[in-house]
Design a protein around this ligand. Structure first.
Ligand SMILES: Cc1ncc(COP(=O)(O)O)c(C=O)c1O
Length: 449
């Protein structure tokens, strides 16, 4: 956390001895390390450090700020609602809440009719899992072994990519199957990756382990924290069929993929399925804490009859709901779904060009403005090179680009590249050129050998 050591720049305002001492003395560390900068403000596609240096934000904050930082219309909605209608007794209803529930029913396919408005992704998945248990009367929840669904009890029980050790038992009935990973295939037939065979084998194991209480499968369409693993076309449909065959519900978690980022309003649309329960969070509030659980009228009625309880302090809060309405309005009005597709193509071809020039770029994958770039020692061996990924991330930050890398044990580092949907072509080109410069300088410096 010592910015002076990190930057070697003693005059930097990021080197605020009192700030870093207080951070060290008074913050609980919640995972990973802190960037060695003090961020003073954020605007559009940039964040600005204590020296006033602009840093291009290629991760939309924590994968959330799809309209960039400080979007003027969101600022207006927040200040208006702060003045007029902010937070209420949870049993009171307001127009922004009912409007958002109706809007979500309108922009999702039939069968996703009713919403519960909450604050975070973990909370939304918690509620979704509870609804699935209550509606089915069963309790086994299956997820992907590379998943991330949140830090609360039920959501973390279904999270397998990190954080399982040291907290005692996960929820009874927590089961996992491997996510399909075409870049590192485990099931091959005649030289081709056969994800369907992998899925069937995985469900065979689920069936053998199940005590007959399968309630739901929870899936991200692109497993972000698991290494930007994009489910193959048709996978979600195959998964849904296997769930239906067992009387299980399918929960699709679109915390990061929802609201246009992948070039569709929702990523599940590509496969022509409708989840039983959809959860939305990060992108719905575009950086503000807003989440939703969306489900069918039938499922909601069954849960209600059985006494569904998810009464929280911020359920149905009008201020974040009003933000959600504005986010959807802007996405539709400014054709940001098309823009995600177009800008995503530009970003992808830039990354593929970098891949051509540097053998340490093993794979480029993803959809729209949600792309992954896997860093390896060399393309032939695909051997993980975590120190290379870390060095590139560090160098990018020095050069003015905020990049996020996930480093999974035994796997190479994967950059998660997800700029705001409002990003310009010039910003994409700038990010690509900084990334390439960072890769070149790390390789020239011999990092990772
Ligand atoms: C797919 C997915 N679901 C759920 C969550 C949890 O959301 P939150 O951190 O808002 O609780 C995350 C957070 O990274 C996520 O990526």
């Amino acid at each position: 956390m010592d910015a002076m050591q990190q930057d070697g720049n003693e005059a930097s305002a990021n080197v605020d001895e009192k700030f870093w001492r207080q951070a060290g003395d008074h913050l609980i560390r919640y995972g990973g390390s802190f960037a060695p900068l003090i961020i003073e403000r954020a605007s559009g596609s940039y964040v600005y450090d204590a020296d006033g240096r602009a840093i291009l934000d290629f991760t939309s904050g924590q994968m959330s700020a799809i309209l960039g930082h400080g979007h003027p219309e969101i600022v207006e909605v927040v200040s208006h609602h702060m003045r007029e209608l902010d937070h209420l007794f949870s049993g009171m209803l307001t127009r922004p809440v009912v409007d958002l529930a109706a809007k979500l029913a309108e922009i999702t396919p039939p069968g996703l009719d009713r919403s519960l408005l909450l604050s975070t992704g973990g909370e939304a998945n918690e509620a979704a899992i509870k609804m699935a248990k209550l509606a089915t009367g069963k309790y086994e929840i299956v997820g992907f072994a590379q998943s991330w669904h949140g830090m609360t009890g039920g959501a973390s029980s279904a999270t397998y990519s990190a954080g399982r050790r040291g907290y005692g038992p996960a929820a009874v009935g927590s089961l996992a199957i491997p996510a399909p990973y075409p870049y590192r295939p485990r099931f091959e037939r005649a030289g081709h990756y056969d994800w369907l065979a992998e899925l069937d084998y995985a469900f065979d194991l689920v069936d053998r382990q199940s005590t007959g209480n399968l309630a739901a499968f929870i899936a991200e369409p692109i497993l972000s924290s698991g290494g930007m693993i994009d489910l193959p076309v048709g996978y979600l449909a195959a998964l849904k069929a296997r769930c239906e065959a067992r009387g299980m519900l399918l929960i699709v978690d679109e915390a990061q993929t929802g609201l246009g980022r992948t070039g569709a309003m929702f990523a599940f649309e590509r496969d022509g399925i409708v989840p039983d329960i959809l959860t939305l969070s990060k992108t719905l509030g575009a950086g503000l804490p807003l989440a939703a659980v969306v489900t069918s009228k039938e499922l909601e009625e069954r849960c209600h009859e059985r006494g569904f309880l998810f009464y929280t302090t911020h359920v149905s809060d009008p201020l974040p709901a009003a933000v959600g309405n504005k986010v959807i309005e802007i996405i539709l009005r400014d054709s940001l779904i098309e823009r995600a597709r177009e800008a995503g193509e530009r970003l992808r071809s830039g990354l593929e060009a970098i891949q051509q020039r540097y053998p340490i770029v093993g794979d480029v994958r993803g959809r729209g403005l949600m792309l992954g770039m896997e860093v390896v020692r060399d393309r032939a061996s695909k051997e993980p090179a975590p120190e290379l990924g870390a060095a590139i991330t560090h160098r990018c930050l020095e050069l003015g680009l905020s990049m996020n890398i996930v480093q999974l044990p035994g796997l190479a580092g994967v950059f998660r590249i997800a700029p705001p949907l409002t990003t310009t072509d010039a910003e994409i080109d700038l990010g690509l050129s900084i990334l390439e410069e960072a890769i070149a300088s790390v390789l020239a410096g011999g990092v990772g050998g």
